[in-house]
Ligand binder design. Sequence first.
Ligand code: NAD
Ligand code: DAU
Length: 356
Amino acid sequence: MNFLVTGGAGFIGSAVCRHLCANPNYRVTNLDKLTYAGNLASLRPIENAHNYRFAHADICDEKAVLDILKRDDIDIVMNLAAESHVDRSIDGPGAFIETNIVGTYRMLNAALEYWRGLGEERKRRFRFHHVSTDEVFGDLPFDGSMFVEETPYAPSSPYSASKAASDHLVRAWHESYGLPVVLSNCSNNYGPYHFPEKLIPLIILNALDEKTLPVYGAGANVRDWLFVEDHARALELIATKGRPGESYNVGGNSERTNLAVVETICDLLDRRRPRTGGKSYRDLITFVPDRPGHDRRYAIDASKIARDLGWTPKENFDGGLARTVGWFLDNKWWWGPIREQRYAGERLGEARKAAP
Ligand code: NAD
Ligand code: DAU
């Protein structure tokens, strides 16, 4: 089975590549443009594996994608390449429209042309798996309700609107042209190799640097956290066993307020890397102006993927967060260069300097 993973140098894509390459019956091509969020160091554990190869390309380049599909005899496309940070999308939506919408359109065109040229057996086996987000469903109240696959789309940010648009295109290519697609909508991932502009790695590394720990608004917004390696297992199942035309919600069953997440990180670091003077990292918590359009709560009902594909998360939030904090303490070689050279650490997404 030959996989094309787009965005494989990113946080989730690299976890997917590492996971797939552990199976000697799979061959994996990682297609990535290497934007600020792409990092080949995240592929170090597999960079010399016999079943892994890297292709430096842009998903908006239809010809390059088609050439790679043909060259590597691809059976399954997993489309993860995207601009993924909500705050950046508020400051500058352009790249999100380009990669997330136009790029998905180009991927679909290339995949359709490739798929039409396959023999009957390979045509039946082929899948285009589009990896999306729970943010397309928008804002949930604090009433215990959850997103199911049928929840209507109601995106709030330029990021989630661009992902919603791409999901609609993928469905249309199935309905109109018969391309065998599957979709998945996942909640917040966390774990090793997480880019340090996102909440959990940002808080860990700011704390280690004795910097303030920025919590938007009152920290009452709720996210449903999923350990990235559990997501990678789910994505393999959806891509290989999911029913064409269907979507699957993937979640960690771990709802937490942002403030609770930040406090738990502080408590873990207090034990593992105590501050001098006996103070707690909690003293660094700083409440800052809220994200515009900040969705209050996300929560995933993942019963369909449990029932149809037999997937449930293996890691609970406390165990996964302890592993994540431990990984960042042990792997400065990975995040040190990012913090020094590519991540300025400024506050993004206040909509002050937006230039659509
Ligand atoms: P990321 O920002 O860490 O990585 C994105 C990767 O895509 C990078 O390697 C980047 O170089 C690459 N890329 C960007 N534009 C490209 C282009 N035009 N052509 C080729 N490559 C390009 O993102 P992530 O957090 O790993 O998310 C991966 C996917 O999963 C995204 O589609 C995202 O919407 C979705 N998702 C993420 C989460 C999450 O919690 N991180 C949750 C649900 C869904
Ligand atoms: O729900 C899935 C989504 O999760 C994915 O589709 C996105 O690609 C991914 O980036 C993530 O989006 P979020 O906006 O939820 O992630 P982020 O880490 O940016 O923020 C998590 C929560 O923490 C959110 O409610 C905003 C808040 N936050 C974030 C940052 C960066 C803070 O309070 N302080 C911060 O400094």
